[in-house]
Each structure stands twice: as structure tokens, then as C-alpha cells.
Design a protein. Structure first.
Length: 360
């Protein structure tokens, strides 16, 4: 066994609803822990899933041709700038396999998505975590850490778990400081929820031929988390190298068909974004009323300070049938991340939270 594996902890997802029902004997449980779309997938995607059900005895298109063409048109990029993964998590792993060697160095924000650490550690790279500043990536501090051994930088934008973004000006200044040997990975899983006019257009750096990889996913606003389909945009030279390590048929037949239809269903996309905006305003107003501080989110979740042990509060919510995520990270022991749900789910969460906070 590689000694690097011992350095990692298994990924801990939000508890499944059925598990909570079994463990606590509850019948009515809502999950606001994994940043899923509360409206579910596009009706057009569901129709595509049904259509494809009778053809699952066949292997999928290994090149994802239809989805590739649709996304190339959607983003205005050539098809050879796209790479596909069984979720964008798989692409994070492929980036490590393809580009990281023992002794290389990797930089990420802290806290941020835990799978960046796995991509580095599994391949013997040295990981540096740059603390966030006011819950936001400190790109200047991250740029200051780049040296001759730095091979990759991960920037989640919006960041998970805080929901905050770095702006166009901040990103432009950062990219200009990055040397050619270093790859900058912008993980934009939540880009579909962003409303800020200062959100950067990172795909233009790909189009300029820079060593930039932009990751997107159909798991969040498109509502296809259970099908696992993500993609990356990068210059063709980077894509060709990742293709060498990509597993064949890694994006299944149903996932490809559903993703194509989800991409085309702009009405469902707009509805999902609208419900999220309304829910975010509702939760933020409630937190203001309760005197709870929170990070300014551009995602489909809110990162907020409960003023006490987040694990205890999350356990109290769980007993009331509401699943959220508490993070036992240094300096974050009082923070909970709650997914923005439907209005009914948001109201139930808030009632449960008030009940927990009012208790002993």
C-alpha cells in the first residue's frame, strides 16, 4: 500500500435520508447537506432517461460526441477543448494522475473542497493551504506562495463550503503572476447560481491558450447529481494528455443523454436559479433576525456561524429530521453549511434551527 493513502481520510458525504430514517426512526426527513437542486432534474432530462433505458446493454459513446458538440456550441469553444468525467471529481483525480509527480507542490485555499488534497497527496505532491480571508480565497497570498516547484493551483469559485467568489480583477491579477509551468484549475461547480457582475470569465483564459482548466458539472443547478457527469475546458494539449489516462466509457449512456437535454432546458435552469435566489434572501433575512453571521454566498448554500459547536447544532437538527453539514475543521468549528431548498424546506429548517438554538 502506498504510504500516501494513510494521509487521507475518506470523503464524508451528507447522510442519506434513508440512513437517518433507519438510525433515528424518523419518517419525515429533508436533506439540506449536499447542495443538490431541490427541484430535481429537468423534465426533458427525465424523458431522455426513460428513452435510453432500453439501450443500456450498449456501451456509451466513449467520446461523448453529442454532449461535446452541445457544450462546444454553448460555450463558444472548439470541441477539442472539452474533457468529460464521471462527475468533475473524477477530473480532479485525472489532473493529479496526469500532471503531478513526487516533490511537486500544489496550492489551494483553506477551507475548500477536500478532493483537491487527494489529487495532490495521492501522487506525492506537497500541498500548501492558504487560509481564506473573510471567507474568500486570498489570491494575492496564494500567488506569493508560488515557487519553482509549484505545479498546480486549485481555486473553487464559488468556493465550497463558503459560497464566496473571487472577482474578475482579482483573477486577472492572479493569472498574470502564474508561471507557465503551473496549471490553474478553476472549479466552477456552482457557477450557474452566481448573480454577481464581478464573476470572472475564466473560459477566456482557456481560449487565450493559457495553462488554465475550468471545471463544470451537471450535478448542481442541472439536478443530475445521481448520474455523475462533469466536464472540463482546457487547451487541446492539456485535454490530449488527460485523455491518455481517462477510463474508457467513463460517462454512462444515460448520463450523456440526460445532460444534453438538461443543457437545452433553459426554462428549468432559470426556474432553479430563481428558487435559489428567493431561498437565499429568505435564509439571510432570517439569519440577520437571529443575529447569526454568514458568508455572502453566490452558490446554492449558505455558510453561517451558529455561535457554538456546529456539530452539536447539526446533531440537534438531525434529531428533528433536517440534515445539514457541520465542518470539524480548525477555525470552522462553529460553522454549518446549509443547502438552499424549496420554500417549504427552508421554513422547516429555520423552525428546527430556532428550536435547537433555544434549547439548553
Amino acid at each position: 500500500m502506498s504510504p500516501n493513502i494513510e494521509q487521507l481520510a475518506p470523503y464524508q458525504p451528507g447522510k442519506p435520508i434513508d440512513e437517518v430514517r433507519r438510525e433515528l426512526g424518523l419518517t419525515d426527513v429533508i436533506k439540506l447537506a449536499s447542495n443538490e437542486n431541490p427541484l430535481g432534474p429537468s423534465p426533458r432530462a427525465i424523458e431522455a432517461i426513460h428513452r435510453c433505458a432500453e439501450t443500456v446493454h450498449l456501451y456509451p459513446d466513449g467520446s461523448a460526441h453529442e454532449l461535446r458538440q452541445a457544450l462546444a456550441a454553448h460555450h463558444g469553444t472548439p470541441p477539442d477543448h472539452l474533457i468529460f468525467g464521471n462527475g468533475s471529481d473524477e477530473l480532479l483525480h485525472y489532473l493529479g494522475v496526469t500532471f503531478l509527480n513526487p516533490g511537486d507542490e500544489v496550492i489551494q485555499g483553506d477551507p475548500s473542497f477536500v478532493r483537491y488534497e487527494a489529487a495532490a497527496v495521492l501522487h506525492g505532491a506537497v500541498l500548501h493551504k492558504a487560509p481564506l480571508r473573510n471567507h474568500v480565497h486570498d489570491l494575492q497570498a496564494m500567488a506569493d506562495r508560488i515557487n519553482a516547484r509549484t505545479r498546480m493551483v486549485f481555486i473553487a469559485n464559488p468556493n465550497n463550503p463558503t459560497g464566496t467568489i473571487v472577482t474578475e480583477d482579482e483573477v486577472r491579477r492572479f493569472v498574470e503572476r502564474v508561471p507557465d509551468r503551473c496549471i490553474v484549475v478553476f472549479d466552477e461547480a456552482y457557477h450557474g447560481y452566481v448573480t454577481s457582475p464581478d464573476y470572472p470569465d475564466t473560459i477566456r483564459y482557456v481560449q487565450e491558450g493559457r495553462n488554465v482548466v475550468v471545471l463544470r458539472t451537471f450535478s448542481k443547478i442541472y439536478g443530475l447529481a445521481g448520474l455523475r457527469v462533469g466536464y472540463g475546458l482546457a487547451r487541446p494539449e492539456i485535454v490530449r494528455l488527460i485523455e491518455k489516462v481517462r477510463e474508457p466509457f467513463n460517462v454512462n449512456l444515460i448520463a450523456q443523454a440526460a445532460a444534453c437535454e438538461a443543457l437545452r432546458d433553459t426554462a428549468h435552469l432559470e426556474r432553479s436559479a430563481r428558487v435559489n435566489r428567493q431561498g437565499k434572501r429568505f435564509l439571510e433575512a432570517a439569519f440577520d433576525e437571529l443575529g447569526l453571521t454568514y458568508a455572502p454566498s453566490e452558490a446554492n448554500f449558505v455558510w453561517f456561524d451558529v455561535g457554538r459547536s456546529a456539530s452539536d447544532v447539526a446533531a440537534g437538527l438531525l434529531r428533528r429530521g433536517v440534515i445539514v453539514r457541520a465542518f470539524n475543521l480548525p477555525g470552522c468549528e462553529r460553522f454549518i453549511r446549509v443547502t438552499i431548498g424549496t420554500q417549504e424546506e427552508n421554513e422547516r429548517f429555520l423552525a428546527a434551527l430556532k428550536d435547537v438554538l433555544a434549547g439548553p
